[in-house]
Ligand binder design. Structure first.
Ligand code: GLU
Length: 508
């Protein structure tokens, strides 16, 4: 069946925003496909109508696009194996469910949800868990128990039914996982999973296996939470006569909380102040908003880089990878089995790195909307200079404002502590003298301002700090900021003097 070409799929269910673990699954699939000259496709697994969330599919597509993980086949893209939305492939699955019944690998079950609930409740009383399996199936309302006539009668009278897989009784299923090595399961612990539901839709298991086969998927790379489903999937391939051509499996390690204990959840992000979703998400029902890496100001390169290292490493010291480098170096052999701890500080560190890689021009373009929103107009030349000066202090574009706001508008207040410590009774006199010095500077540039200032200070024998901190207070509003004379040059002589005058008038 499989032509030997690498074909992998990302197969999310549109039940809400994509968790960052989902994006990592997509990324590893993408890298694997690219590395092997194969195809990366997107399949939307939306057979569970009860869990369908409007907007989730668009969200998934946008998130992949933002990360640069572009599928070659998928909804809205097309391809030879479509449609790529399972709800549009409804007709395809029934025949395989029928085939499984025919071959004795599946059966009809007519038990109503109420009957099953009752059995569950009864088991609970006995501190047991009800399971529809080899031990119970013989006593329940299904085609293994009923006569052929009865079954036919029920179906033709329109009685609702589901189709269950008939799990072999005591068989070992051994499969090689490309990350975990040989994995062994015994079917005695497995129940008779539902394959086809009363609403005419297949369950995840049937649709997933049928589609992976029909779409000629060569490798199934997915999260560890699907490992328990692997034996059923292997048995389904076998029962459908596809065992020889089944895909190879690779189950990716969990992404763990920053503490290293347990799976990373949205709650961890809320508690500790970091996103767990790629993009901002507004829940269509509750209106609750969840933050996203994109809106929090992360660069997609940084996000992709940090995801790549959650469970994979190149086996070298290298930590920064472009997408091309990832494609070049990625291999499933270097994906680890154990969970990968997520470190939000490291995420910020990655972003800082990619911000430093950008030119002041690029950052200027990204920062301009912030200025527009604040109604600040500024010459691009000046903006670029400002950014060049503060860039190394920033890890996010939004921090440019925190670090450079004083270049664009005079301080609205003065840091009280600094005022208390450094603003003396004679400070206004001293600053007035400095204004005179500044007025006399011939060419208003940092070097000359500094020269004139220093000469004057030496003549007066004033301590530098005694005057420089108050000037900084006047220009910046605090004791922070880049080189004082650079600030003077950039904001200009008039603005420098006007800010000093304003401080003299304001700070009592
Ligand atoms: N629809 C499943 C999910 O939501 C896909 C699992 C798989 O890749 O087989 O993750």
């Amino acid at each position: 069946m499989n032509s030997g070409k690498v074909r992998v799929r990302f197969a999310p269910s549109p039940t809400g925003p994509l968790h960052m673990g989902g994006v990592r699954t997509a990324l590893f699939n993408y890298l694997f496909a690219k590395k092997h000259g194969g195809d990366f496709l997107l399949r939307i697994e939306d057979t569970d109508q009860t869990r369908y969330v409007p907007g989730a599919e668009d969200y998934i597509i946008e998130a992949l696009k933002w990360c640069g993980l572009n599928p070659v086949e998928g909804p809205g893209i097309g391809g030879d194996f479509g449609p790529y939305r399972q709800s549009e492939r409804k007709e395809i699955y029934k025949q395989y469910a029928d085939q499984l019944i025919e071959s004795g690998n599946a059966y009809y079950a007519f038990d109503t949800p109420e009957e099953l609930d009752k059995l569950r409740a009864e088991a609970e009383v006995k501190k047991e868990v009800f399971s529809y399996d080899m031990h119970t199936r013989g006593k329940l309302n299904n085609s293994l128990v009923l006569s052929e006539e009865e079954v036919k009668g029920k179906i033709s009278s329109g009685e609702p039914y589901i189709i269950r897989f008939k799990m072999p009784e005591n068989a070992d299923v051994v499969e090689k996982d490309l990350i975990r090595g040989e994995v062994k399961f015994n079917t005695a612990q497995l129940d008779d999973k539902v394959l086809f539901k009363a609403d005419g839709m297949p369950t995840y298991h049937l649709a997933n296996v049928v589609d992976d086969h029909l779409m000629q998927i060569s490798h199934v790379i997915r999260g560890e939470e699907w490992l328990p489903s692997m034996p059923l999937h292997i048995l389904l391939y076998e029962a459908l006569g596809w065992r020889e051509n089944r895909p190879q499996f690779a189950h990716l390690p969990l992404i763990l909380k920053p503490t290293g204990k347990g799976k990373l959840s949205k709650r961890d992000g809320d508690k500790m102040g970091f996103p767990v979703f790629p993009l901002l998400w507004t829940d269509p029902k509750s209106g609750d908003v969840s933050r996203g890496y994109r809106e929090d100001g992360y660069f997609p390169e940084a996000f992709v880089n940090l995801l790549a290292l959650l469970g994979w490493n190149a086996g070298t010291e290298q930590e920064f990878f472009s997408m091309d480098e990832l494609i070049d170096q990625f291999s499933l052999e270097r994906v680890v089995k154990s969970g990968a701890r997520f470190d939000p500080e490291k995420a910020k560190w990655f972003n800082r790195h990619y911000l430093q890689e950008k030119t002041a021009n690029e950052l200027g373009d990204l920062f301009k909307p912030v200025l527009v929103e604040k109604g600040i107009e500024i010459e691009t030349r000046m903006l670029i200079k400002v950014i060049e000066m503060v860039k190394e202090r920033c890890g996010f574009v939004s921090e440019i404002w925190d670090q450079a706001g004083y270049f664009f508008e005079p301080p609205a207040s003065y840091d009280e502590k600094t005022v208390k410590k450094k603003w003396k009774e004679d400070t206004p006199d001293k600053l007035n003298a400095i204004i005179e010095v500044f007025l006399a500077v011939e060419n208003w540039n940092a070097e000359q301002i500094k020269e004139a200032f220093s000469a004057f200070m030496n003549k007066k024998e004033w301590g530098f700090g005694v005057v420089m901190v108050p000037i900084r207070l006047a220009l910046v509003g605090s004791s922070q900021g880049v080189d004082l004379f650079d600030i003077c040059e950039l904001i200009g002589r008039d603005e420098t003097i006007s800010r000093i005058r304003k401080a003299i008038l304001t700070i009592a």
